[in-house]
Design a protein around this ligand. Structure first.
Ligand code: NDP
Length: 312
């Protein structure tokens, strides 16, 4: 079995070794050193435009991430024989627990008013604020997929009111689920801490816009851990400056790294992290991909196959 491999990581060999450990019989070639060998499978993250050139036997493309917007935008996916080849994404692979930590940390920071206390500290002010009980805080999760479901459940277990919004029907114990575009407005009106865990598609691009974020109650906090283009930056800044929103925790941006000129860097109510809310774990992800390849070779059905018509 031949595997064609590419990652933007500075040490691709370490990923190849991890994959090789789980697939000892496989011949794994890293791009661009692979020459013209015909691959059975591609395992990749953000492959360059010529990655698939000359490849005519690929049976499945494994995306080393949960989000598939990059791979779906690859020129080879739009045309030619790859059009019908399954794209397989990571399913959790250690990311859900990281997302849970990130959302919990950001929510606690907001609920315990730590930013206000930090500002008071800088001003030398000793002043007790009215405490906010977590049982009256609604944490609303946009997108109840693998990651969103995990986050909503864990916030509920932690004592917050967990609510969620999704395209298709969801039953999640302890989580009040709203379904479809018609329910978005009332969902937002009840959300104190909004968590975006949607995939980036034409229907979700710009969903964190002025009209939608204005529906959040005054003082709400926005956490974007989906993709940068979900958020309209100028709309966020306007709502922060008008004090409608109290703050935002942003991990993803339309352009990464976030350009130095972005006003988000210096905004006192914005916390920026460099796309680290859930990093792809090498061991877990390579083990999962190897397991899926073995299942495919054994004729078993695949999980986490991307629905190209939906865009995720
Ligand atoms: P899933 O595909 O499992 O879940 C996506 C969910 O979003 C599904 O439940 C889907 O609904 C819902 N959804 C999609 N479109 C709409 C819509 N138009 N309206 C309402 N609901 C919609 O993905 P994951 O949970 O694994 O990951 C979610 C996203 O998180 C990724 O696509 C990626 O963008 C981001 N991510 C970010 C990371 C980071 O480090 N910041 C790391 C990993 C992922 P339905 O059930 O109907 O299909």
């Amino acid at each position: 079995m031949n595997i064609l491999f590419y990652t933007t990581d500075a040490e691709p060999q370490r990923w190849v070794e991890a994959l090789q450990q789980h697939l000892p019989q496989a011949r794994i070639a890293t791009f661009p050193e692979h020459g013209q060998a015909q691959a059975d499978y591609a395992v990749c993250w953000k492959p360059p435009a010529d990655f698939f050139n000359g490849q005519r036997g690929i049976k499945a493309v494994f995306n080393i991430a949960a989000g598939v917007d990059y791979i779906l935008a690859h020129p080879a996916m739009q045309s030619g024989y790859l059009h019908g080849v399954p794209i397989v994404r990571l399913g959790d692979a250690g990311m859900a627990a990281q997302m849970e930590e990130y959302v919990l940390a950001a929510t606690l920071r907001w609920q315990r008013q730590l930013d206000t206390y930090a500002a008071q500290q800088r001003a030398g002010v000793w002043k007790m604020l009215t405490p906010v009980n977590r049982s009256v805080v609604n944490v609303g999760v946009l997108g109840l997929g693998v990651l969103g479901t995990h986050v909503a459940r864990s916030m509920q277990r932690f004592g917050y009111q967990a609510i969620g919004w999704n395209r298709s029907e969801r039953q999640i114990e302890g989580v009040d689920c709203s379904i479809g575009d018609g329910a978005l407005g009332s969902f937002l009106a009840r959300t104190n801490v909004l968590v975006c865990l949607l995939p980036l598609t034409e229907s979700t691009r710009g969903i964190l816009n002025r009209a939608n974020m204005a529906r959040l109650p005054q003082g709400a906090h926005v956490i974007n851990i989906g993709r940068g283009p979900h958020l309209v930056e100028a709309d966020l800044l306007a709502l922060l400056d008008s004090r409608h929103l109290s703050g935002a925790t942003l991990d993803v941006f339309p352009e990464e790294p976030l350009p130095a000129a972005s006003p988000l860097w210096r905004h006192p109510q914005v916390l920026i992290t460099p796309h680290v809310s859930a990093t792809t774990l090498r061991e877990e992800s390579m083990a999962q991909i190897a397991d899926k390849i073995r299942r495919l070779e054994a004729g078993h059905p695949l999980t986490d196959v991307v629905d190209r018509s939906k865009g995720y």
